[in-house]
Design a protein around this ligand. Sequence first.
Ligand code: 5GP
Length: 224
Amino acid sequence: MSSEVKEQPVSLSPREVTAGRGMLVVVSSPSGGGKGTLIRRALKAVPKLGYSISFTTRPARASEVDGHDYFFVSVEKFKAMIEANGFLEWAIVHGNYYGTSHAQIENERLAGRDIILEIDVQGAASVRRLARDAVSVFIMPPSFEILRDRLVGRGSERPDDLALRLRNSRSEVEHYREFQYVVLNDDAEKAAKLLASIIYAERARRERQEEVALRVLASFKQEV
Ligand code: 5GP
């Protein structure tokens, strides 16, 4: 994992970014932690929940579809997007560029949808700084051995990339302390339910129910 992290200056203050709109749900885990599966299940289970499709310079895997899993772009195009303030955050992870589209997030949130960002621990730190009410969830693999077996079994990485990801996982797991929630991924179904529950519970937070509560209160103030 590179230490290089970049946040784009946003035109809104952190308060304005978060006020009264869809919430950001940041989900991180080491490579092979199984967050992709959990997120797919949560997206099916939870209504009005969107997914941020990141941009990356990593080559697509055989199973991946451009515009669905990622937008796969060249380093030149990625750098041009950085220049054009196209990213909410971006980072170099396992030697490739990854970034969250500013426009995509804004569109989803303006439409009142909550949105999941499946990003690394550096990106999670950037988003937390930009959007103080972002919800952050760390998906913890049950053990290093299980993570390694999953990554090897997936067979999607070249040996050197696999070794790099395993090496980086040792420092990535240390970052769990920076997250509000930790979901142990020892059972995919159970873990996906827990992730969905976190999203439901966060939606019910008093701060996020202010508008609803005030509307109800107004009805109590009417003369009958
Ligand atoms: P993979 O190559 O396995 O799809 O992803 C490698 C790492 O990059 C994962 O930890 C994934 O969460 C992270 N990642 C994916 N998209 C983004 C992004 O937009 N920003 C950041 N900072 N990390 C990302």
